[in-house]
Ligand binder design. Structure first.
Ligand code: AR6
Length: 175
């Protein structure tokens, strides 16, 4: 784990379901009823109680976020957010992706959660080009932590070595 200077941002390669942080973020869909990718992994590892909590919430608009218990996961909470499905970049995708990160951080702050881990939202099944998505993810996190001291650590968790290296390159360019 490498902390980028004094930014409170860290980067790891691995499985987000294993992390002992206050909140892990799920890249969910509007129905909040589970799916593939990281969503499937979180529900598989966390158990049925998370799905039941999601059913009670009833859904989540794109760019917004909801919070549930973490069931059998080592984190304290799960924040479910919904990134945009990428079409061509002209359908408000950048703003919606930014909102997904920013609103997840806001929800963490509102719940006194200090450490939060993000997967690479929208860049899997939803098809967002990774290079563009990383810039938006980093900008949203920087914008938030620049104005708020409540979050102590933001971890970007990348599943593949390729994605990890893109994040690493972008972060090293900035910091
Ligand atoms: N830990 C960390 N990252 C992971 C893990 C894991 N255990 N598993 C996959 N990833 P995706 P999206 C990475 O497709 O594009 C679901 O069906 C993965 O390699 O999970 O936002 C939902 O229900 C990729 O880099 O999310 C929605 O319908 C990143 O997580 C839809 O997929 C995100 O890929 C959301 O699509």
């Amino acid at each position: 784990m490498y902390m980028y200077k004094n930014t409170r941002i860290t980067l790891i390669k691995g499985d987000i379901t294993k992390l002992q942080v206050d909140a892990i973020v799920n890249a969910a869909n509007n129905r909040l009823l589970g799916g593939g990718g990281v969503d499937g992994a979180i529900h598989r590892a966390g158990g049925i109680d998370i799905l039941n909590a999601c059913k009670e919430i009833g859904g989540c608009p794109t760019g917004e976020a909801q919070i549930t218990i973490a069931g059998n996961l080592p984190s304290k909470k799960v924040i479910h957010t919904v990134g945009p499905i990428y079409k061509d970049g002209n359908n408000n995708e950048p703003q919606l992706l930014y909102n997904a990160y920013f609103n997840s951080l806001k929800l963490a702050e509102e719940n006194q959660l200090k450490t939060i881990a993000f997967p690479s939202i929208s860049t899997g099944i939803y098809g967002y080009p990774i290079e563009e998505a990383v810039d938006i993810a980093i900008k949203a996190v920087r914008d938030f932590i620049d104005t708020s001291s409540s979050i102590e650590e933001v971890v970007f968790v990348l599943f593949s070595v390729e994605d990890y290296e893109i994040y690493e390159r972008k972060l090293e360019m900035i910091f």
